[in-house]
Design a protein around this ligand. Structure first.
Ligand code: PGA
Length: 248
């Protein structure tokens, strides 16, 4: 089902379930890489895109060279986790995307986990994005509180890479369940970086995201719900599953 309530620049597609959503996402990504082999992909982590990445990687089986120029930038990272911690976004991306597609370090940009000076790390990522950007396709998940990356709800948002104070919802995320009680913070691309991406692929699945999806579709554009900023972007594709879309 295709659903675009107000705007042909923001397309909603409701798929039967997480698997179908992931298939469609993988197809979208593979097509974009085939159109532009040196595509700069901004990659979110978390439970939502894992299967899509797996199918995306698999789409290059037998012709891995077609992904040999793909470039990747990491959307965000947990600060306060040691380097090598399995909960880091780095470990996730290495396992699900960078390793399987053999994305070499020269084609990858990301906040390094465990750095002593997170503000300097954000500056380094901002400089790299300036040189290599803009992002061609930005894959995003939707936080239950409407966050995108670690652009958390609040009276203001930051445009570029920054150190973020995490919301309780982020601190409760399963990726850092093992690190409860640690002093965690976020390193994230800013809302301006997200909005400067040429295209955005937003993935939303499951009943826990129902209220956030409803707010995204019906709510005003407001920094208190960062995902609503996507209404200001000219090319957003939102793939969700029937569970998340129930009642819309
Ligand atoms: P999830 O996380 O994909 O694990 O649901 C998304 C988010 O909180 O940004």
């Amino acid at each position: 089902m295709r659903y675009h309530p107000h705007n042909r620049h923001f397309l909603f597609f409701v798929q039967a379930d997480h698997e179908e959503m992931s298939r469609r996402a993988a197809r979208y990504l593979s097509m974009r890489v085939r159109d532009k082999p040196d595509l700069l992909l901004c990659a979110a982590t978390g439970g939502t895109p894992t299967r899509a990445y797996e199918l995306f990687v698999r789409s290059f089986d037998g012709h891995r060279h077609e992904a040999s120029r793909l470039r990747v930038i990491k959307l965000d990272e947990w600060g306060g986790l040691p380097e090598g911690d399995e909960g880091t976004c780095e470990a996730y991306l290495q396992r699900h995307l960078l390793g399987p597609l053999n994305v070499t370090p020269d084609r990858y940009t990301g906040f390094r986990p465990g750095v002593a000076d997170p503000a300097a790390e954000c500056d380094a990522v901002a400089t790299a994005l300036d040189e290599k950007g803009p992002v061609d396709v930005c894959v995003l998940g939707l936080g239950v509180n409407g966050h995108l990356g670690f652009n958390e709800p609040g009276p203001a948002l930051q445009a570029h890479s920054h150190v973020a104070k995490l919301s309780q919802e982020s601190l409760d995320h399963p990726m850092v369940r093992h690190a409860r009680g640690s002093d965690l913070y976020g390193l994230t691309l800013g809302m301006g970086d997200v909005l400067h991406s040429r295209s955005i692929l937003l993935l939303v699945n499951g009943a826990p995201k129902r209220e956030a999806l409803r707010r995204l579709i019906t709510g005003p554009v407001a920094t208190e719900f960062p995902a609503s900023m996507l209404w200001l972007h000219p090319d957003v594709t939102c793939l969700c599953d029937a569970d998340a879309a129930e009642g819309l």
